[in-house]
Structures are given as C-alpha cells and as structure tokens.
Design a protein around this ligand. Structure first.
Ligand code: HEM
Length: 375
C-alpha cells in the first residue's frame, strides 16, 4: 500500500482490497471527491443526472440497503433463466450479420449492442433510442477525465437529455405500468412510499449505465483473448462446458473494473500503514486479481485455474447487482461464437483503449475470420 498522486492511498494486496470493501463503516462509498481537475469536477458535479444522496453506489447503509433491495430482485437466478432465450436470440441475430462480413469490429458489431439492448428492454425503454443510451451512458461514466470546455458542455447536454428522457418514462409508467423495471420501481414507490422520484431516476440510470460499458468491455476482452490465443479458441469449441470458467478467467485476468474508490471515515491502520481520516483510498481490483499469494502464476491466462476469489465484481455490500446478468451474457455470447463462428485473428493495428475512472476497455477490435482453421 502507498500514497499516490492526488493524495490518494492505493491498496493493492488481495487481502487488503477485500478488507477495505468489507468495512463500509471504515471505508465509505459516500462523499468521494477525487481532487483531480477541481474546476471541471465542480462544473460536472453541479449538473448531475441525479443527486448523490439518491445513489445506490455512492451511499452506505441504511440508504444503500434500502435502495439495493429495490433492484436486487430483478437479477435473481430465476429471472436470468427467463431472460436467457432472449439473450441468445439477440446474440444469434448479431452473429448472423457478422458472418457476412470479411472483417468485423467486435466492439461495435457485438459487444456494444448486446448489453445495451438487453438492459434497455428490461428497463422498458424504446429500442429506437439505443444510440442515445450509449451516448448518455458514456456521459455519465466519463466524469473525471480531463477535458476541454466543449467536452464538458457535450457531457452536460447528454446528461440533461438522459434525465429528461427517464423522467418522462417514469411519468408514463406511473400512469400505465407494464412488465418492466421502471414500472416495478414505480409500484414500489406507491406501495412503500419511501422511494423518491430522484431515487427511481437514479436506480434506472445506474442500471442503464452499469449494465452497458462494463459488459461491453468483458465481451471485447474475452474476444481479444480468442483472437490472440487460437489454443483457447479451440478449447472452447471442443468443450463448451469450459465457457463459464473462461469468462471468470477473463474477469480475473483483464476485468472491466480496475479500481474502486472509498473514503476513510477515520484514521485507520491497514497492514501497518496509517491512513488519515478523510483520505481517498483506491482499492486496486486489477492488482488484487493478480496477487501471487492468491493466484498461482497470476500473469498466465489459464481457463482451468480456480478463479473463485477474484474481485472483479467487487466484494461485500456493494457486490455487483448485475453479476449474474453479465455472466449470462458472456456465457451465451461465447457459446454461440464457439458454435457458429470460424476462428478469428486480430487485424494488425495497435489496440486502442477507452479509459474512464477505474474502468478500461477496448475502443475497437477489428478481427478477421481464419476460415482455413474452421474445420
Ligand atoms: C462484466 C460486467 C460488470 C462488472 C465488471 C461490474 C462491476 C461492478 C463492481 C466492481 C461493482 C462494485 C462497486 C462498488 O463497490 O463501489 C458493481 C456494482 C454494481 N453493478 Fe456491476 N458490473 C458489471 C455489470 C453490471 C450489470 C450488467 C449491471 C446491471 C444491469 C450492474 C449493476 C450494478 C449495480 C446496480 C451496482 C451497485 C451495487 C451496490 O452499490 O450495491 N453491473 N459492479
């Protein structure tokens, strides 16, 4: 552990990362200020899609517990089983189109559209607005990257559009509820009388955003492994039962979420180092996932390893609500890829990555089929 840029404290050992995430009373999710680009941060914070006080991610118990209960039921194993045929049908449709292309972009042709359509359908939003959802999601996540005045304006405009769209959706579902998440939240609002409009808005936006970029990055990172490792490609084609383990190893080896931030609620000692009250603590998930005390030869990609302790979905009370959904999407996509697509390899161009605070994923992944190896 050490103190790094911006006065943050970086925590990298697996056991320390777990300790931080397991103790919200010491390491809070609320009131986190990154201290980077203060002027831009202030402008962006002044015009949020929803207030921090209504966020499931940026609160501790009891607010967090109450908000989380409202959405957790939508992602149970039973709900995922009901969703599987739809995820598979969407995947098959996207792969049909891909099969006609000599070269395809895994990110644009598969990894972006699938999670966006799946979560948009669950939320009950109009599928013709899919491009807007992607743009709006990016605007919500991309909060602290340094940017020009015009970038800030673009982000703020996208956030206002998103807020107006979801507010309208809430009004319409209150009047005529359907079989979707927004309607469920509106029912809870009426039944329990404890959910504010800001909270419904925040939960809908959080699901829309959290369900998009992360799963996109998981699918493209997994495809990158296949494009670079024909041996792994032939393993999953020969033995599709290994695909869930393949997805878990991708999550460990190159998971979409690299870091989570917390705020020390008081002076606290961790592995012999004293962290002052109020300090921002960066729990480095990516480092924990390669801790040699937990994972033997951590820099080797191995679909047969035991990945049970990876922390790519976080740990403790904020553990990812959508983990089962992204695992379902990952499994179905690679089952269909193994069944339908010939092996593919990467076009020889440097990889381009998208960075947002704590997240990383491919901007583009051009691959071409190796039809000779398909037999
Ligand atoms: C591979 C894909 C995904 C990854 C790597 C991922 C990662 C994470 C991580 C690390 C957290 C913990 C945040 C924290 O402790 O501060 C989290 C929380 C969360 N995730 Fe995911 N996520 C993924 C997909 C999804 C999907 C598909 C959804 C929903 C549709 C979703 C919804 C959420 C929500 C609502 C939370 C907040 C939970 C809470 O604060 O109690 N995520 N996710």
């Amino acid at each position: 552990m050490c103190q790094v840029e911006h006065g943050w404290w970086a925590v990298s050992r697996h056991r320390d990362v777990v300790h931080v995430l397991k103790h919200p009373e010491l390491f809070s999710s609320a009131g986190i200020r990154t201290g980077r680009d203060a002027a831009i941060d202030e402008r962006l914070r002044g015009d949020q899609v929803f207030p921090e006080s209504a966020s499931v991610i940026a609160n501790d118990p009891p607010v967090h517990t109450r908000l989380r209960k409202l959405i957790a039921g939508a992602f149970t194993p039973a709900a995922m089983s009901r969703l599987e045929p739809r995820v598979r049908a969407l995947t098959v449709g996207l792969l049909d189109r891909i099969l006609e292309l000599p070269v395809f972009d895994v990110v644009a042709d598969l990894a972006i559209p699938l999670p966006v359509i799946v979560i948009a359908e669950r939320i009950g939003v109009d599928p013709s607005r899919l491009h807007d959802f992607k743009r709006w999601s990016d605007a919500v996540v991309d909060v602290v990257a340094p940017r020009s005045d015009s970038d800030v304006e673009r982000v703020l405009a996208a956030r206002r559009e998103l807020r107006a769209y979801i507010e309208e959706l809430i009004v319409s579902r209150r009047m005529s509820p359907g079989d979707d998440l927004v309607s469920d939240l509106c029912r809870a609002e009426g039944a329990e009388g404890v959910v504010s409009t800001d909270e419904v808005l925040s939960l809908v936006v959080t699901l829309l955003v959290a369900g998009n970029i992360t799963t996109t990055n998981l699918i493209s990172s997994a495809a990158l492994v296949l494009a670079e490792r024909p041996d792994v490609f032939s393993t999953i084609r020969r033995d599709p039962a290994v695909i869930p383990a393949f997805i878990e190893e991708v999550l460990r080896f190159d998971g979409p979420a690299k870091m989570l931030l917390r705020r020390a609620t008081r002076e606290v000692e961790l592995s012999g180092v004293v962290i002052p009250e109020g300090a921002i603590v960066a729990a480095l998930l990516a480092a924990a996932n390669r801790d040699p005390e937990v994972f033997l030869e951590p820099d080797v990609f191995d679909v047969r390893r035991n990945t049970r302790s990876h922390v790519s979905f976080g740990f403790g009370i904020h553990f990812c609500v959508g983990a089962a959904l992204s695992r379902l999407e990952g499994r179905v996509v690679f089952e269909e890829i193994a069944r339908r697509l010939p092996p593919f390899s990467r076009e020889p161009e440097p990889l381009a990555w998208i960075h947002a605070l704590g997240l990383r994923g491919l901007a583009k992944l051009l691959v071409q089929f190796d039809r000779r190896l398909a037999a």
